[in-house]
Ligand binder design. Structure first.
Ligand code: ATP
Ligand code: ATP
Ligand code: MG
Ligand code: MG
Ligand code: MG
Ligand code: MG
Ligand code: MG
Length: 270
């Protein structure tokens, strides 16, 4: 192996090109399930929102954050999750391929690893895949707008899907008829259909469905008892040690208004 390192083949290493993420930018890795339209059908996801599938995605995203400490925030909805690397991160010298592949593989393996916990009655029929990309945002405003964009997307899709599936499941419309009925409707009209025809107040739908999931780190003081032996004493002594531990927490809050950023200044701080 050592000989190989100095072999005449060594030159092929130079074909690897640098892919450093620009310094001082927020790097967002977004992963998205491959053909989950099909995957969700084959695995009998409830429509429009399968709670098990969303909780599984959240568990996977928490695992990614536990493994990669330079991620300061994650946002997920449907089959996608976005992970924000802090602008000061120098993880793997900010190599884009490392950011993307480690996030995607950690999330994918977690999806399979935790599947049974969330789908005890549904065997996994084939291995799912996820794609990944990294996008750099040079300002905090760009980053906030990115997250607002994903959350607005969640809202638009979820409002549409909620009415669509109500028409199909409760009114017996075919998917084509439901699609036709909703063509060109504004959000106010969709809200109105939900309220007048299904007695559903959209604002009372679960926050996770309407807002998606935001994962941040929470600092908690952990007090534990430790047996120590002091060098100048013969006997052992029990002491309380306090250390600050960081835990991930899943929220379903609004990211579009300023309130979140006012309440969580630590997310983007150094
Ligand atoms: P692509 O490979 O291009 O991403 P896709 O089929 O995954 O194709 P998306 O736009 O990512 O397309 O949409 C994901 C689809 O997966 C949704 O349209 C929805 O049908 C389904 N889906 C994802 N999560 C859930 C869930 N929690 N409950 C029900 N359906 C879901
Ligand atoms: P990195 O995250 O940087 O890749 P690494 O620990 O995976 O760190 P590698 O250079 O990829 O470092 O080396 C993989 C290591 O995994 C080997 O050094 C060896 O110890 C172990 N390993 C991999 N495959 C096998 C195998 N089939 N049998 C025994 N050990 C293995
Ligand atoms: Mg190796
Ligand atoms: Mg996609
Ligand atoms: Mg997808
Ligand atoms: Mg998607
Ligand atoms: Mg390795």
């Amino acid at each position: 192996r050592r000989e190989m390192a100095k072999s005449k083949f060594e030159y092929v290493r130079d074909f690897e090109v640098p892919d450093t993420c620009l310094p001082n930018c927020w790097a967002v890795v977004r992963v998205d399930g491959r053909n989950f339209h099909r995957f969700s059908e084959q695995h009998k996801f409830t429509k429009p929102n399968d709670l098990r599938a969303l909780l599984l995605m959240n568990r996977c995203a928490e695992t990614v954050m536990e493994e990669i400490k330079d991620i300061c925030l994650a946002y997920g909805q449907s089959d996608e999750y976005s992970f924000v690397f802090h602008k000061k991160s120098n993880w793997y010298k900010r190599r884009a391929s490392k950011f993307i592949t480690h996030v995607v593989s950690q999330l994918s393996s977690s999806y399979v690893f935790y599947w049974n916990k969330f789908f005890p009655d549904q065997t996994m029929l084939y291995p799912p895949g996820f794609d990944g990309r990294v996008v750099l945002y040079p300002s905090v405003q760009n980053l906030k707008d990115y997250l607002s964009w994903r959350q607005a997307d969640c809202h638009i899709n979820n409002l549409y899907n909620t009415v669509f599936w109500a028409l199909v499941q409760q009114k017996g419309l075919t998917p084509a008829q439901a699609q036709d009925r909703l063509k060109g409707t504004l959000s106010g009209e969709k809200n109105e259909i939900l309220y007048s025809e299904f007695n559903i107040n959209y604002n009372n739908e679960p926050a996770m469905y309407r807002k998606g999931s935001v994962i941040v780190r929470n600092k908690v003081n952990e007090i534990s008892k430790k047996i120590i032996k002091l060098p100048d004493r013969a006997e052992q002594e029990e002491v309380e040690v306090c250390r600050v531990r960081s835990q991930t927490v899943v929220l379903h809050c609004d990211l579009i208004s300023d309130a979140f950023w006012v309440d969580h200044p630590e997310v983007l701080s150094c």
